[in-house]
Design a protein around this ligand. Structure first.
Ligand code: SF4
Length: 227
């Protein structure tokens, strides 16, 4: 499979935020979200076999723990990524899969925790989510919305209600979009939507969502890769 990077850091998103985690970042994506912070994954990388990736994960985290398979869009390399995730599961790792939900999820083993990033209207990739994927979600999975403004918020709020996500998955996450060119200050000034405003909307509408901040962008310089 084509791999951009494998590294160990602090998980910055989802309900696993704050935990040490090994990231396996695959090369290539079929979407082009306006605020994508992973454009460097679109091309390049290097070919690695399943055993080679597994060995690198074990080197970085020999006692098990959390591994996130991400990208890019990892399911573009499904034929190798699914066996890799199965091997990591069998090796005792807790495996997260970050995906846009544009690729089918039905073949992903249910023990893998899917973090599905449903694209909002202002992402530039509205309507990319494959609705049939709702049937593949379990109470272990999480659904995330990256929100830039009120229109995105209302889309996420209504999608959550219409599909009863609060009862369908472990967590629904509303996260303010972050400027992709951000660097320097590690504060909320780089958020395209003030987190306080988003928090107030969630509270006012009683949405069963968790406010998510990408904590790695508050720990390190927001422009830093590989963290
Ligand atoms: S799906 Fe993810 S990697 Fe692909 S363009 Fe959107 S944000 Fe970037």
């Amino acid at each position: 499979m084509q791999i951009t990077e494998i590294f160990k850091s602090i998980q910055g998103e989802s309900s696993y935020a704050g935990l040490p985690c090994v990231f396996v970042r695959l090369t290539g994506c079929n979407l082009r979200c306006d605020w994508c912070d992973s454009e460097y994954t679109f091309t390049g990388g290097r070919k690695m076999g399943i055993e080679e990736v597994e060995a690198e994960v074990e080197r970085l985290s020999p006692r098990g723990g959390l591994v996130e398979v991400t990208g890019g869009e990892p399911l573009l390399q499904e034929k190798e990524v699914i066996p890799l995730m199965e091997r990591l599961l069998n090796g005792g790792y807790n495996v997260l899969l970050e995906t846009s939900g544009e690729r089918p999820l039905e073949r992903v083993p249910r023990e893998i925790i899917k973090i599905v990033d449903v694209k909002c209207p202002n992402s530039g990739e509205a309507d990319s989510f494959r609705t049939e994927n709702l049937d593949a979600l379990t109470l272990r999975d999480e659904v995330k919305f990256v929100i830039a403004n009120r229109e995105d918020y209302e889309f996420a709020r209504d999608f959550t209600a219409r599909h009863e996500l609060g009862a369908r998955v472990a967590s629904v996450i509303f996260s303010p979009a972050f400027s992709k060119d951000a660097s320097g200050e590690r504060d909320t000034s780089h958020c395209l939507l003030d987190p306080r405003e988003l928090a107030e909307w969630i509270l006012n509408d009683d949405v069963p969502a968790r406010l998510g901040l990408q904590i790695h962008k508050f720990i390190w310089d927001p422009a830093m890769k590989g963290v």
